[in-house]
Ligand binder design. Structure first.
Ligand code: C2O
Length: 536
């Protein structure tokens, strides 16, 4: 194993998209940011130097951070933010993982422009469990606002209303040849006929699940969230913010140009959305004047396409990569996830109310000291350990919403013993409107053992759980008007954030944290914090 060193200078950079320019927060002046490369078992050292006027922190999304929660990155959860002029050295080892992940800012809405890929290659000499591709390409999907994103969210927080949606989606930073600024072109993916390519797809968008398609080409899915899956062919990939998907593409056309499209998926559309990002696959030897073969992205509410993709995912569960699904469960949890409405005296535009979100009716309040520090140093009064294992009252979650839509507020965590096992059913509620929630758990991969539409039935549904080869991942969509069941083993001591990866829902409070105790054995405790850990 090796040590990989990176310098991440957080700097402002004037950037032009959609034919207009604005200063954005970047790492090393790039949008999207550079890809971080490592091999399984390597140690990664990233020095983040904050040279902007915002507080900053960076999260290595999907890296397990075994015993190194101090390097996880969510501001006020595992660390205080890096203040302007300050720096922090993220120090972690990539243990037992290989595949595609992403890094992103984990404070305010800075991840709109502060994000990039993470590629963890297998250990030297270890092949992929599929034929090696001719080339690998990182493809980062994102969103672009013409206005300042911090201003967008600040305005929404003041008014209590929903924020403006972005002006475009992007593929490797560009809205593409079919956009409001066609002159800027877009990302081009060069193909050589007869070769196979692996695309490492990353959804770094703030608020949109996306469909991804390439005209005239099938995609073979081989990995999601840095875990191998049983390969399957599809026209369309569904990818939620925070998720990653590796696909193999055979360049089985002889020549020509083919449109690549990333378009939004939302099966409870509140507004019509046509922000399709485009890019171009171009075969070697194709004339630049050649017509591009078009593709039809699925409509925004194509639930059947989304379900078909999701239901095709199975963990590889091979001898080398067995699916270690917990069978005996210590903590049986049922969380409702959804939106609500709280009174707000200052919210004039919102008529005295504001949109909130919660888990089991708790709207999470961000602390002013990092929870992990409070936990490690036994500071009192920062959080409570009474996060409810069940909703406060049972109702028909997918039917008529209850009359009281208010949530309670608090910085509550749910406590787990070291190595205990968890089954967590997350039920979407129809309060306000049903919506998909891509839920991300820090510090763990989990197995997605069940999924259904309607109300979860604790008697009959568990009988249908897949405990053999359920897909393993770190971010999962709770379907609109439905539920998912996940299982994981709490083998990572520390404080681990769990939240909706639609940034607006996180802002509204759809988040909580698990506190995992130290074990008694050797190597079962959270390591002490590094000396340069930022102070609040
Ligand atoms: Cu990718 Cu807590 O986030």
């Amino acid at each position: 194993s090796a040590v990989r060193r990176y310098n991440f200078n957080v700097v402002m950079k004037s950037t032009t998209r959609l034919c207009s320019s604005k200063p954005i927060v970047t790492v090393n002046g790039r949008f999207p940011g550079q890809t971080l490369y490592a091999r399984e078992d390597d140690t990664v050292l990233v020095r983040v130097v904050n040279q902007v006027n915002y507080n900053v922190s960076i999260h290595w999304h999907g890296i397990r951070q075994l015993r190194t929660g101090w390097a996880d990155g969510p501001a006020y959860i595992t660390q205080c933010p890096i203040q302007p002029g300050q720096s922090y050295l993220y120090n972690f080892t990539v243990t037992g993982q290989r595949g595609t992940l992403l890094w992103h800012a984990h404070i305010l809405w800075l991840r709109a422009t502060v994000h990039g890929g993470i590629v963890i290659l297998p250990k030297l000499g270890v092949p992929y469990p599929f034929p090696a591709p001719h080339k690998e390409v990182v493809v980062v999907l994102g969103e672009w606002w013409k206005s300042d994103t911090e201003a967008v969210i600040n305005e929404a927080t003041k008014s209590g209303l929903a924020p403006n949606v972005s002006d475009a989606h992007t593929i490797n930073g560009h809205p593409g040849p079919i956009s409001n600024c066609a002159s800027q072109g877009g990302f081009t993916l060069p193909f050589q006929a007869g070769k196979t390519y692996m695309l490492r797809l990353i959804n770094a968008a703030l608020n949109e699940e996306l469909f991804f398609k390439i005209a005239g080409h099938k995609l073979t899915v081989v990995e999601v969230d840095a875990t191998y899956v049983k390969p399957f062919k599809t026209d369309t990939v569904l990818i939620a913010p925070g998720q990653t998907t590796n696909v193999l593409v055979s360049a089985d056309q002889s020549s020509g140009k083919y449109l690549v499209a990333a378009s939004p998926f939302m099966d409870a559309p509140i507004a019509v959305d046509n922000r399709t990002a485009t890019a171009t696959v171009s075969y070697a030897g194709t004339l630049s004047s050649a017509q591009t073969t078009p593709t039809n992205p699925p409509p925004q509410n194509a639930t059947a396409v989304a379900n078909k993709f999701t239901n095709s995912l199975r963990s590889l569960n091979s001898q080398k990569f067995p699916a270690a699904v917990p069978k005996k469960i210590d903590h049986n949890l049922f969380f409702t996830v959804g939106l609500g409405i709280n009174p707000c005296t200052s919210c004039k535009a919102g008529n005295g109310s504001r949109v909130v979100a919660g888990i089991n009716n708790v709207t999470f309040v961000m602390p002013t000291t990092a929870l992990l520090q409070a936990h490690f140093f036994n500071l009192n009064g920062i959080f409570t350990t009474d996060f409810p294992a069940n909703p406060p009252h049972v109702f028909n979650y997918t039917g008529t919403p209850p009359t009281n839509l208010a949530t309670t507020r608090g910085t509550k965590v749910y406590r787990l013993g070291y190595n205990s096992t968890v089954q967590l059913v997350m039920q979407d509620t129809a309060i306000i409107s049903p919506e998909n929630h891509p839920i991300h758990l820090h510090g763990f991969n989990f197995f997605a053992v069940g999924r259904g539409i309607g109300n979860y039935n604790p008697k009959s549904d568990p009988k249908k759980f897949n405990l053999v080869d359920p897909v393993e991942r770190n971010t999962i969509g709770v379907p609109s008007g439905g539920w998912v069941a996940i299982r994981f083993r709490a083998d990572n001591p520390g404080v681990w954030f769990m939240h909706c990866h639609l940034e607006i829902h996180t802002t509204w409070g759809l988040k909580m944290a698990f506190l995992v105790d130290n074990g008694k054995g050797p190597n079962q405790s959270l390591l002490p914090p590094p000396g340069d850990l930022p102070k609040c």
